[in-house]
Design a protein. Structure first.
Ligand SMILES: [Ca+2]
Ligand SMILES: [Ca+2]
Length: 277
């Protein structure tokens, strides 16, 4: 028997099988780093409206599924078909809802860290600014969010994500006893980077992790142009158990998992600032 020929045929069969069977994906983990979070939204919106082969298995439960191979890969080498969370052959809002929001925070395998970057220097990098509204009464207060300012606008904006976390002393649950969300977020009207409703998408999702209520915001453009500018992103409405204590405690919330990207998915460092009124 010609063993060299046998080995060559075996290698050929294995490689054909690998090509036909595609890669293993978990619906929602668009960048395939082992966790579903706001970064997956940034990857998804980067190829919004793109079309490719439909998936045989269109289940969106967080289990391994064989993904077809689409024409195109993200900068980290992951195939664009990983953005098609529901497997219908198109990148759309349904993938944000049924993939990322549904499976948010779920994990698999060894997690590779996302390149969050809030190491920006004030005066050099754009500021992500949080301003709590001290004038509010009852147990409600607002926290406005803006990015960049007239001294230092943002260059080449394409998408942004960040997480705001509260401790259980002030925000003990995701909803009030009457069922209202304790943390909600409204996008600013006439967003400086995307005036048309069709030119942007956003995600707001609240989860309790390690006794903390955490809300992740992600917002991004879905057209092909970056935008330079600065201004409001939106506003949180917070229902705390004791607004006076919330104030005197110095507005106790933390900002983490910050990522600002351009269209090529380069990460732009951000300086985070919280104003204590
Ligand atoms: Ca991910
Ligand atoms: Ca889809």
């Amino acid at each position: 028997m010609n063993w060299q020929l046998v080995i060559k045929i075996a290698i050929l069969i294995i490689s054909i099988h690998a090509t036909l069977s595609g890669q293993e994906m978990y619906p929602g983990d668009v960048n395939n780093n082992g966790i579903v979070n706001g970064v997956d939204f940034l990857y998804l919106t980067n190829i919004y409206d793109k079309e490719g082969s439909v998936r045989t298995d269109t289940n969106t439960t967080y289990n391994p599924i064989t993904a077809p191979t689409w024409n195109g890969v993200f900068p980290n080498g992951v195939n664009h078909s990983f953005g098609d969370c529901n497997g219908d052959g198109k990148i759309s809002n349904n993938d944000i809802q049924d993939g990322i929001i549904k499976n948010f925070n779920l994990q698999h395998g060894n997690i590779q860290n996302d390149n969050f970057d809030s190491s920006g220097i004030k005066g050099t990098h754009p500021t992500l600014l949080f301003v709590p509204d001290a004038a509010n009464s009852s147990n409600k207060l607002n926290i406005s969010v803006s990015l960049g300012d007239s001294n230092l606008p943002v260059d080449n904006f394409y998408g942004l994500t960040f997480k705001i976390s509260f401790d259980s002393t002030h925000i003990p649950s995701e909803t009030t006893p009457s069922g209202k969300p304790r943390v909600s977020f409204a996008l600013a009207n006439n967003l400086w980077f995307a005036n048309l409703p069709t030119s942007k998408r956003h995600l707001v999702t609240t989860k309790t992790q390690n006794d903390k209520v955490e809300t992740t915001i992600a917002v991004g453009k879905v057209d092909d142009s970056e935008e330079d500018g600065e201004g409001d992103i939106g506003e949180f409405t917070i229902i705390t158990v004791d607004v006076d204590h919330f104030r005197t405690a110095g507005y106790p919330f933390t900002i983490s998992d910050v990522m600002l990207i351009d269209k090529a998915m380069n990460v732009i460092p951000v300086h985070v600032e919280i104003v204590n009124n």
